[in-house]
Write a protein that binds this ligand. Structure first.
Ligand SMILES: CC(C)CC(=O)Nc1cccc(-c2cccc(CN)c2)c1
Length: 232
């Protein structure tokens, strides 16, 4: 997160850190007791290894009473996701067991009505991604508020040049932005997860490259069917 601030500890109890060998790789969030939603491109540099999921954390390194690392039973990328574009950039992770829910670990509802969030709506995004252009990685969760920009503005030739589909949305990226390691985290508007951070052009804090999110509502049927099929 660039240009943001340290999140108030445990005010985002749905946040997950996807880790490999104890290292934070991407964000994610709890959508059900045994399910985390993240971004498919987070598996790009993992050469087939399975993530572990840290829940209930504020600090990645300090001991915290409600922090718990969960093993993952299954990682299911959306069938349409690929490394060449940002399409269908979603990843479902089934935890080995149901997460123990409490004040610090909670499910975040996602938007089920497939309607665009109005431009200028101020949403918030959080993550343990880089907090400086030099790539400094934080120890604690950061957050930033960002206004939604219209798909037309985001698709302008000088911005993302008509690559933003109706299953994506954008927020302004001038100074305050998402960055490496924030992928997979939720864009929360009025208390509801509307989008999932995707890397897009993989630049940060450049107003010419607005932040891109995979909208969740269009994927409701896929999410529900995967969770239903693996249930039990
Ligand atoms: C395996 C993955 C972690 C590789 C990866 O994603 N790299 C990478 C590098 C630079 C910027 C970003 C990035 C992420 C989220 C949002 C944005 C744009 N605001 C950029 C992402």
């Amino acid at each position: 997160i660039l240009g943001g601030s340290e999140a108030k500890p445990h005010l985002k109890p749905y946040m997950a850190s996807l880790q490999l060998d104890g290292q934070h790789v991407c964000g994610g969030f709890l959508i059900a007791e045994q399910w985390v939603l993240s971004a498919a491109h987070c598996t790009e540099e993992t050469d087939g290894k399975v993530f572990q999921v840290l829940l209930g954390a504020h600090s990645l390194t300090e001991p915290e009473p409600h922090k718990r690392l969960y093993r993952v039973r299954a990682q299911i990328p959306h069938p349409g996701s690929n490394i060449h574009n940002n399409k269908d950039d979603l990843l479902l992770l089934q935890l080995e067991e149901k997460a123990e829910l409490n004040e610090h670990v909670r499910v975040l509802p996602f938007q089920r009505e497939d309607r665009d969030v109005a431009a200028d709506t101020v949403c918030e995004v959080a993550g343990w991604g880089t907090i400086s252009h030099s790539g400094r990685r934080p120890n604690v969760l950061y957050q930033v508020e960002r206004p939604v920009i219209s798909r037309d503005v985001c698709n302008h030739r000088t911005r993302h040049d008509h690559t933003i589909t109706e299953k994506m949305m954008c927020t302004d990226s001038r100074r305050k932005d998402t960055c490496k390691g924030d992928s997979g985290g939720p864009l929360v508007c009025n208390g509801v997860a509307e989008g999932v951070v995707t890397a897009g052009s993989r630049v940060c804090g450049n107003y010419k490259k607005p932040a891109i999110y995979t909208r969740i509502a269009p994927y409701m049927a896929w999410i529900d069917s995967v969770m239903a099929s693996a249930a039990g």
